[in-house]
Write a protein that binds this ligand. Sequence first.
Ligand SMILES: NC(=O)C1=CN([C@@H]2O[C@H](COP(=O)(O)OP(=O)(O)OC[C@H]3O[C@@H](n4cnc5c(N)ncnc54)[C@H](O)[C@@H]3O)[C@@H](O)[C@H]2O)C=CC1
Ligand SMILES: CC(=O)C(=O)O
Length: 302
Amino acid sequence: MKVGIVGTGFVGATAGYAMVLRGSCTELVFVDKNEARARAEAADIAHASPVSHAVRVSSGGYEALADARLVVLAAGVNQQPGETRLQLLGRNKKIFEDVVPSVLKFAPDAVLLVATNPVDVMTDLTVQIAGNAQRVIGSGTVLDSARFRALVAERADVDPQNVHAYVLGEHGDSEVLAWSSASIAGITVPDFFARRGTPWNDDVKAEIDHGVRRAAAEIISGKQATYYGVGAALARIAEAVVRDRRAVLTVSGPTKYGVSLSLPRIVGGDGVLETLEPLLSGEEEQALEHSANVLREAVAQL
Ligand SMILES: NC(=O)C1=CN([C@@H]2O[C@H](COP(=O)(O)OP(=O)(O)OC[C@H]3O[C@@H](n4cnc5c(N)ncnc54)[C@H](O)[C@@H]3O)[C@@H](O)[C@H]2O)C=CC1
Ligand SMILES: CC(=O)C(=O)O
């Protein structure tokens, strides 16, 4: 159960830390062009192992990825305040053209989990370079779905694990909150609030939508980067692969729209096992088409 992480900045290191705390794997290898950084993060995170789970943590060059079951790709630049994810494309494309072939040289059978933004376009690029769609997974809107669930749960005053709600489409400004299928205890969200006599109206819905859609920008303006939420999301996806869990997760991958975007998918040992067609309202379907258009325009730059 060996996992590699390429790019051990905020996101890569936090994902590794989350994997050790959760016991997601038994071996973790960090690779970064900044070798000193990778070494230091590996040493620091290894010290969490004796008080959490037995995970062997080390750093090395690409050759250290040999036999990895999964490799997380988190190398690349992140957004500055005011920047969109799509504005990172040119810079991160160049980095992936170097990173992905290097990973494949030593770990040709690994599932590749793409985290670098703009994650949907980087997923398409990785599929192109790897020539394999099933074994490439974009972290997509797993983080956004978690944000959606957290905000609904806070309003409903229930455990977020009992809120089922998906964000689909781009991991970015055009993402689509699938309100029509969001539920708590099998009850739609508006009905859940109505039964409890708790206020529910379009303003509450708009506030949650804004909270999910603007989460990254707000966190980045306060502390330069987001990493705890995505770190946990990456550990969750990694476990689905390493333990062949067949977990339903809104990961990104190629679609009938001609671009990679997030839909609910079954994720297991071989990567994406199945894409599920979500039941959407007409308005949500239109919003998903729009999101696909935004991504098609970005992919055209590749
Ligand atoms: N998918 C998601 O939900 C999220 C994605 N991200 C994205 O993750 C990426 C990484 O973000 P941070 O960790 O905050 O950035 P960071 O700047 O802290 O770390 C990036 C790391 O990549 C390394 N790197 C750069 N070029 C490389 C190369 N050619 N080979 C190997 N390593 C290389 C750097 O040395 C650095 O350690 C960004 O694109 C960011 O936008 C961030 C949050 C959430
Ligand atoms: C930065 C980013 O993609 C996020 O936190 O959603």
